[in-house]
Design a protein around this ligand. Structure first.
Ligand code: ZN
Length: 245
């Protein structure tokens, strides 16, 4: 080794860096592409309470979410902007099953748009009218879990609940996606107080804000993780260079 001093200096610097990790506020320079998957539509109403349909609540909140995310600088797409079934617009699967055509449409939209994050909006139902609160389901990978956890905490704060996100096993959408994907069950249509939150403009606005806040936290957090990995990599490279010279 030609320069032993440089080597020791680098090791000392790395030890110092380990004690004082960098807290970079890295925000990605390119806008993140987010797909809002608006649950149900058209003939498929989702769950309901009297004349109140899940498909309509999903769309109303999706529109607000679209505005908040766009204002925050994200590049956002919605898979439907009106009351239609995706199967009506299907270009990929010639099947007699409307359900399969609908799923194929959703899956292929994801392939076409290549989102970096997918948020599926839904409303829950239970025979127990006391059941209430948001519930986030995640795809079985670290990124999806991290996003789901931040969303769950943000929505828990709005409701005053303490639910944990759960792994979504049987969801077609979640199994076939390759970006952080979550299903946000925004509350129970079967619960009176949830219904109020889900249907009045102020409640809808708060839900959209809580989701947007969690998305931004996720982006900042993952941006920081990437930056820290880069910093570590560059120091490691210098150390290796030092040893080689
Ligand atoms: Zn649903």
């Amino acid at each position: 080794m030609r320069n032993r001093h440089t080597y020791y200096l680098l090791v000392a610097l790395m030890m110092v860096m380990a004690c004082f990790p960098s807290k970079s506020e890295a925000i990605p320079l390119t806008p993140i592409r987010i797909l809002i998957d608006v649950g149900h539509g058209g003939i498929d109403s989702g769950t309901s309470h009297g004349n109140l349909y899940e498909k309509d609540i999903n769309l109303q909140i999706a529109k607000r979410l679209y505005q908040h995310l766009t204002a925050a600088g994200y590049s956002v797409a919605m898979n439907r902007e009106e009351d239609i079934a995706l199967s009506d617009d299907n270009r990929w699967l010639n099947s007699r099953s409307r359900h399969l055509r609908d799923l194929a449409q959703r899956k292929n939209l994801v392939k076409e748009i290549v989102p970096q994050m997918m948020l599926s909006l839904h409303v829950n139902w239970s025979s127990d009218t006391k059941r209430s609160g948001p519930l986030v389901l995640y795809q079985s990978n670290e990124q999806s879990y991290m996003l789901a956890d931040l969303l769950q905490v943000s929505l828990n704060n709005l409701w005053g609940t303490k639910a944990n996100p759960i792994k979504g096993k049987t969801y077609y959408m979640l199994r076939h996606n390759y970006c952080p994907s979550v299903i946000v069950e925004m509350g129970f249509i079967s619960n009176g107080s949830d219904r109020k939150q889900l249907t009045n403009p102020d409640g809808q606005e708060k839900i959209a804000q809580a989701i947007t806040a969690a998305v931004s936290e996720y982006v900042i957090l993952t941006g920081n993780l990437k930056m820290e990995a880069l910093v570590e990599e560059s120091w490691w490279q210098k150390l290796v260079d030092g040893l080689m010279n």
